[in-house]
Design a protein around this ligand. Sequence first.
Ligand SMILES: Cc1cc2nc3c(=O)[nH]c(=O)nc-3n(C[C@H](O)[C@H](O)[C@H](O)COP(=O)(O)O)c2cc1C
Length: 212
Amino acid sequence: MHSIDSMPARIEAEPPFLHDLALVEEHAWTLLEGGASDRRSPCHALAIATLSDEGPQVRTVTLRQADRAAASLRFNADARAGLVRQLMADPRAGVHAYHAAQQTQIRLRARAVLHRDDAVALVTWERTNPSAKRCYLVPPPGSPSGAPASGLPSSLERRRPRDEESDAGFSHFCVVELKIESIDWLHVHAIHKRRARFDLRDGRWQGTWLTP
Ligand SMILES: Cc1cc2nc3c(=O)[nH]c(=O)nc-3n(C[C@H](O)[C@H](O)[C@H](O)COP(=O)(O)O)c2cc1C
């Protein structure tokens, strides 16, 4: 919470979205699209929560694609990871991002569609650079390791794999597509706080202001 003393002496220019839900929707998608296209964006590393037998689980993933028209996000994952196993059992996911410079938190409710060994997985794999492909050559993520280790074959610890070496990883490769069902947007400026929610109904976003 900001005290009066910590508030800026000068009231800053009001962002245009303060009174306009359509601009809030635009703002939310601009942040997500920036997260996919700009690796320095705070929205490039998203937190994704899933349901497991042991309760909720949350971890970071790297946003690869944000498609506003399709209302979807994509990231890549190891098909053997807990994340993918949990999404196979229950496709519901929560996503969180906080863009500090924009003072904006975005929370999404989504359903995952998993692409393994299909056209989407193949095209994405072909576009993935060799050092990222190397991540799929390790033993199952989270499996016990007798010693401190990266899991990579020692011959690949310090160099990029050649195509024929990295292609063995494709059998573990999964593209996770998140079909977004709702967006909860929160702007936390000291003076002009705002919150809005957008639900996808029959292919159209229905927006409503909420009390922050
Ligand atoms: C900055 C960062 C980016 C990450 N990106 C991904 C990613 O895109 N895909 C992925 O499967 N794991 C990614 N991870 C690893 C996951 O956070 C997590 O460790 C992995 O999914 C295993 O956790 P799980 O057992 O819950 O699946 C990333 C971790 C960090 C710290």
